[in-house]
Design a protein around this ligand. Sequence first.
Ligand SMILES: NC(=O)c1ccc[n+]([C@@H]2O[C@H](COP(=O)([O-])OP(=O)(O)OC[C@H]3O[C@@H](n4cnc5c(N)ncnc54)[C@H](OP(=O)(O)O)[C@@H]3O)[C@@H](O)[C@H]2O)c1
Length: 499
Amino acid sequence: MGEYLALPPHPPPPGPQLRTAPTVIARPGPALVEQRRIRRRPLTPRDGRHIRDSPATVAARYSGPNAITCAERPAAGAPSLVTPRRPEPDVGTDVSGQGCSSLSPGINRSPTRAAYTVAVTVSTSLRVLTAPPRRPRPVRSPRTTVVADSPTGPQDPVRWSLLHYGAMRAINLNGFGGPEVMEWSEAPDPVPGHGEVLIEVAAAGVNRADLLQRRGFYAPPPGTTAVPGLECSGVIAQVGDGVREWSVGDRVCALLSGGGYAEKVAVPAGQVLPVPDGLDLAAATGLPEVAATVWSNLVMTAGLHSGQLLLVHGGGSGIGTHAVQVARQLGARVAVTAGSAAKLERCAELGANVLINYHEHDFVELIRAEHGLGGPGADIILDNMGAAYLGRNVEALALDGQIVVIGMQGGVNADLNLGALMAKRGTVRAIKLRDRPATGRGSKADIIAEVRAHVWPLLEKGEIVPVIHAEVPVAEAGRAHEMLDEHETFGKVILRVGS
Ligand SMILES: NC(=O)c1ccc[n+]([C@@H]2O[C@H](COP(=O)([O-])OP(=O)(O)OC[C@H]3O[C@@H](n4cnc5c(N)ncnc54)[C@H](OP(=O)(O)O)[C@@H]3O)[C@@H](O)[C@H]2O)c1
C-alpha cells in the first residue's frame, strides 16, 4: 500500500491479561508535525495497530464511516505525539487477535466501533494540533506498579514494557533476602498521573523500612511500585494534570510510598516539599520521611508540648536524631536510649537531656527518676521496639502518658498488662505513615502541609539540622543497608542517584 509509515514488528503479547488502553495524544506542537498523506480508503482491522504501533505517532482523521483521510507524524527528531496509556489487566486481545490492542475493548467486536474510536482519537489530535502551544499534558505509559501487580507475573510484562516505553534504572529486588537481592537495573519509566509530578531523583534516603521490604516483611501498599525508597530529593521533570503548585525545574524533596531508589519517581503533588532555603538537594533527601513521622506522631497525634518529658528509643536513628531536635524546639525535655556512649554523646549535642545506654542500664529505672508534667516517668514515649519494650514502656510512663509505637524491631506480639496501663490512665497507639492515603483527612498531604508550615522554617533558620551519616552511590544500596543492619549509623544514610 505504501500509505503508512513502516512499522516495527508487532510486539509479542504481554500476556493474556494485559492490554493497552486507548491512545492518548501528548505534547503536540504544530511545528513538530508534518502532514504526510491524504487518502481515503476503508478502515481495516489492522488500522488499530498502525495507529498504536507507529513509533513516529500516527494520528488519523475520519470523514465518514470507515475512511481515513490523513495521517501525521512528527518531524524527524521531534518527540512522539502519541503514546500508549498504561496497560490494564483483564481486557482481551486486539482486532488482529494478537493481544496488544491500543483501542477500546469494543473494537474487538466491531470495525465500525473501531472507526468511531479512531475518529475520537484523531479529532482530539487535530484540535490540539491547531490550538496554540500550551502546557504539556502528561505522557502516559504503564506504571511500574501495574506491571508488577499484573496477575501474569512481573517478568514478561516488565520486559514488554521496557521494549515499548521508556526505561530508567532503579533498584529492583530479585526475590527477598539479604542486600544481594538488590540490583541496579532497568525498570519501566514511571509516569505522573492526575495530581502527580515526576521527579528526576538526585538522591534517596534509606529507612529501616526498606530493609524490611527487602527481606519480604514489609509489602508496599497496594498499587505502589515494588522499587524501595520512601523519600527522595531531585528536580521536577514533568507535572501531571491538575498540578498548579509545582513547575518543571523546581528543586524539591518528597515523601513517597515507594520508588525512591530510582532515577525517576512519580509522586502526588501534596507529598512534595521545596528544598529548604540554605540546604542542598543531598541534605534535603533524608528529611521528608523523618519529619513527617516525627511531626505526625509527636505533635499531631500525641500533642507534645513544652515542659513534657519525651523518651525517644533509638536516639541515634534517622527518626531519633530528628525527634530530639523537634522536641527541644517545642520546649520539651528529651531522654534517649542508644547502644553506645558515642551515639549518646552526639544525641546530647542535638539537645537530649537524659542519656541511657540500653546495653548497660534499664531505661525504666532511669526514666522514673525523671519528672514530666504528669509526674515521674515519660509523658510521651516514641517507641521503635514494639513487643520487646511494651511492658517496660508502660512502667516508664507518667500519669496520662502516651506510648506511640512506630517500629517493631523487638517483635509484634506482646502481653499488655491493662491494669498497669489503667493505673497510668495511659494510651498505646501504633501508627504507620506509609499506609496513609495521599489526600483527605489524616493523609500524607495533610502531614506534609503541617511539616512545611512548622518544621521547614526551623530548618531554614538552622535550628534543626539534617543529620547525615553517609552518602553512598545508589548502585551500592546493599552496602548502605549493611550499615543500618550493623548499627553503624548515626542519622541518615543517603543514596546518590543523579550526578
Ligand atoms: N511507623 C512509621 O510510620 C515509621 C516511619 C519511619 C520509621 N519508623 C520506624 O522508626 C524506627 C527508626 O527508623 P530509622 O529508619 O530511623 O532506623 P535506623 O536509623 O536504622 O535506626 C534504628 C535504631 O534502632 C535502635 N535500636 C536497636 N535496638 C534497640 C534497643 N534494644 N533499644 C533501643 N533502641 C534500639 C538503634 O540504636 P543503636 O544503633 O544505638 O543500637 C538505631 O538507632 C524503625 O523501627 C522504623 O521502622 C516507623
